[in-house]
Design a protein around this ligand. Structure first.
Ligand SMILES: [Zn+2]
Length: 463
């Protein structure tokens, strides 16, 4: 049981490091690639497609030209259709020039590159003062200029694929607009079999690092992803995939998942109750979580275990050790093991700064040797599982910074590392019907996808 706990803590870090390495590799490729194609040269970009923005703007039109109908610009597919009765509307092509933001750039350097002077920098700065527009110029972004007869008509700052600032010259001066796009969320499916590791096989199945971490988190209470995983284990996942202009963006959340570990099937359904709280439950309504965290701190090692008798390093005599010591750096956050109420917050002899939580089912947990308490949490305050209540220290009788953690049930000390943890609350009875419907719907979609996958792989394999 003990090495299991230790491994469980290390696992996400290993994954994280692999993920980081891949991420860095991808970033490097992305950074290098466009540079070879277009160094610091300005890029002639297509007119800003305002139709794809949730807050469209009408492109600038010179007074001599007839005012184009907004419809014909906002919905090009209608304009493209043959409509002999209508005269084609003359469309003015905007000559945008786009500059990539480089390291060390600011408005002055970018404006200079675009052939504009300090006067323009001043006028734009005045226009954006008081807002955070143009305040975060970062390499990788672009600044696009629409200059006509030496006059800056429009300026466009693309922060990322979803957020753009547009500054436009109007009769009353420069007007600033924030254009935000909302990605479209679609249900996606992935499945796979473990042949090497969860991370490698799930990545190959198309899951992002974030989704893999989410998967490990959902089933982490039942499956130890470092020790329990076997070759041949299988997973099937229904998740949300964001799209922008039909191009995949982020994977957001897992909707339903199934993990077969050593022949045992675990299923999880995401359910949002009528109060808006989202959690994962088994199809029968049991929570996927336990009511208590096994370890309330991210520790480097267990420095002392639960022992009925031991030699106390500071007192120099035999003393029972009724908790677990987790060695961690001073200042490491300590989390409430479960939902509860603070019934003690103060110094308690050799325990130093101590917090005691009262939970349901006559269970209390104790956290000792804190360097400090979390601000705003006084005696009597209610806390949620995982909420930070204080920070690791060495107050009281301690040889070094660590958390001394105790778990008491009906007043009796239990070994926190081995005590059977009660499950978190199941689906509430008044939410039961809604959960049942959602669970059946999601499992049906999951099975439907699985069948399509099966049919496709049958076609691919030689007869
Ligand atoms: Zn201790």
């Amino acid at each position: 049981m003990t090495p299991l706990i230790l491994q469980l803590r290390r696992l996400p870090r290993l994954h994280l490091m692999t993920s980081m390495a891949i991420l860095i590799a991808v970033i490097t490729i992305v950074l290098v690639w466009p540079k070879e194609q277009s160094p610091a040269e300005p890029v002639n970009s297509t007119p800003f497609d305002s139709s794809s923005v949730s807050n469209p703007t009408t492109p600038a039109v010179t007074p001599s030209e007839p005012e184009p109908k907004p419809d014909s610009l906002d919905t090009p597919e209608i304009a493209a259709e043959p409509a002999p009765a209508l005269k084609p509307v003359p469309q003015r092509v905007e000559n945008w020039v786009e500059y990539p933001v480089k390291s060390g750039d600011n408005l002055t350097t970018l404006f200079k590159r675009a052939g504009l002077g300090p006067r323009d920098v001043y006028r734009i700065s005045q226009a954006v003062s008081g807002s955070d527009a143009l305040s975060r110029l970062r390499p990788g972004q672009t600044l696009a200029f629409l200059i006509e007869d030496g006059l800056l008509r429009k300026l466009r700052h693309a922060q990322d694929r979803l957020n753009t600032t547009l500054i436009e010259l109007t009769d009353t001066g420069y007007q600033v607009q924030q254009l935000e796009r909302t990605p479209e969320s679609r249900t996606a499916y992935a499945e796979g079999t473990i042949t090497r590791s969860l991370f490698l096989d799930a990545s190959e199945a198309g899951l992002s690092n974030k989704t893999i971490m989410q998967l490990a988190e959902i089933f982490g209470w039942d499956i130890d992803f470092a020790l329990d995983i076997r070759e041949g284990d299988r997973f099937r996942i229904l998740y949300e995939q964001d799209y922008l202009d039909d191009a995949p963006l982020d994977q957001s959340r897992i909707l339903a998942a199934e993990f077969i570990n050593q022949g045992k099937t675990f299923s999880a359904i995401r359910f949002t109750d009528s109060k808006g709280n989202s959690q994962y439950f088994a199809p029968d309504g049991r929570s996927m979580r336990k009511a208590f965290l096994r370890s309330p701190v991210d520790f480097s090692r267990i420095s002392s275990r639960f022992k009925p008798e031991r030699y106390h390093p500071v007192l120099g005599k035999k003393r029972p050790h009724r908790g677990v010591d987790y060695a961690a750096a001073t200042g490491t956050p300590i989390k409430a093991a479960g939902d509860g109420k603070i019934i003690w917050r103060g110094t308690k002899g050799g325990y130093g700064r101590t917090i005691i939580l009262q939970h349901g089912g006559n269970i209390t947990t104790l956290y000792a040797h804190l360097s400090r308490y979390q601000k705003g949490l006084n005696n009597g305050a209610r806390v949620k599982q995982g909420q930070v209540i204080g920070y690791v220290g060495a107050s009281g009788l301690a040889t070094g910074p660590h958390l001394h953690y105790e778990f008491r049930s009906n007043g009796v000390h239990k070994n926190p590392l081995t005590v059977a943890l009660p499950a978190a609350e199941p689906v509430a009875s008044e939410e039961r019907a809604a959960f049942q419907a959602e669970s059946e719907r999601l499992l049906a979609v999951l099975n439907q996808h699985a069948n399509i996958h099966l049919a496709l792989s049958d076609e691919e394999s030689p007869k």
